[in-house]
Structures are given as C-alpha cells and as structure tokens.
Write a protein that binds this ligand. Structure first.
Ligand SMILES: [Cu+2]
Length: 178
C-alpha cells in the first residue's frame, strides 16, 4: 500500500471542495404530478444551483414520467393549480405562460434569446428522468416564486407547433421564494 504524499492529499481535498461547491443545490423544488383534477403525488425533485461560469444548473430526478422527450420550462406564475380554458379544466394552467421578462413572445429553446424560461427538454427512460441540464440565460433571481413545468410532448425549440409542441402539463413544482 502506497501512502499519498502531502501535496497530492491536499490537492484531492481542494478538488473535492470545488466539486462540493459546484454540485451543492441552492434550491430544491418538489415536483408533483398534475392532471385536470389538480395536483397529485410527488414524482421527485429538481435541484437548482448557480453555475460558477454563469447560468443555472437543474438536476432533475423524476419517476412516473412516460418514456420519451418532454418539454421542460420555467413558467411565469408560482402556482401549479388547475385553470379552465375553453370550458375545460387544464392541468397546471395557473402556472401561466413561459417566463418571458423581455416580452419576446418567442419560443426558441435555452440557448437563444426568446422566452428566458425555455429549458433543455428532458428525455425519460422507463426508469424516469435522471439528468442535469443547464440554462445559461437564467439567474437565481429569475426562478424564485415561479414554477417548473414538464409537458406531455417534446420540444423543438420553435413556435411551430406552439411552445415547441409540448402540449399539456404533466408535472409541476413551485420554486420557493428566495
Ligand atoms: Cu412549458
């Protein structure tokens, strides 16, 4: 057995310290199933952290999500309640539209200048979703008191079809106020 020299032991400590800082969640959001009947069981969590090089990181851990691609966005209102549209109750419609503080009215995905709340779409396997995604345009001040929403359909990062094709809302979580 070979012992670590003092300098290499110290550099290991520094490296683990850096990783600790990079992956420590600043905020944890509980995500619940949403249907036209209202809010259902907890499906998992999203841990949000500030990235060292700017932007935010979202560690998404969800079960009970159908396999395939799902649109994922920050919506403007911190409310996952049902709201009626065209005479029918709609899951989590109270979360409002995609967060769009610059009023671009344009859905372009996380890397371009449109809705600031556009996040990378999630890909679920038969085990659910367990990924880390980044949004370079967002800061912690943007997310507080808003809602994270997962959609039934995918996201092509354009306005055709509307909002990238995500359709209905299947999971939702209110981001705590700071
Ligand atoms: Cu959305």
């Amino acid at each position: 057995m070979r012992f670590l020299t003092l300098p290499s032991a110290l550099s290991l400590l520094v490296i683990s310290g850096l990783f600790g800082a990079a992956f420590a969640a600043d905020l944890t959001v509980d995500m619940n199933k949403v249907t036209a009947d209202g809010t259902g069981e907890k499906l998992g969590t999203v841990e949000i952290s500030q990235k060292q090089d700017g932007g935010l990181q979202f560690k998404v851990d969800l079960r009970g999500i159908p396999p395939g691609e799902h649109g994922f966005h920050l919506h403007a209102q911190g409310d996952c309640g049902t709201q009626t549209k065209d005479g029918k109750p709609q899951a989590a419609l109270a979360a409002g539209p995609h967060y769009d503080p610059d009023a671009t009215k344009s859905h372009k995905g996380p890397m371009r200048h449109g809705h600031k709340g556009d996040l990378p779409f999630l890909t679920a396997t038969d085990k659910g979703v367990n990924v880390v995604v980044s949004a370079p345009n967002l800061s912690m001040a943007d997310v507080h008191g808003r809602a994270l929403v997962v959609h039934a359909g995918g996201d092509n990062y354009s306005d055709h079809p509307e909002n990238g094709g995500g359709m209905g809302r299947i999971a939702c979580g209110v981001v705590p106020k700071g």
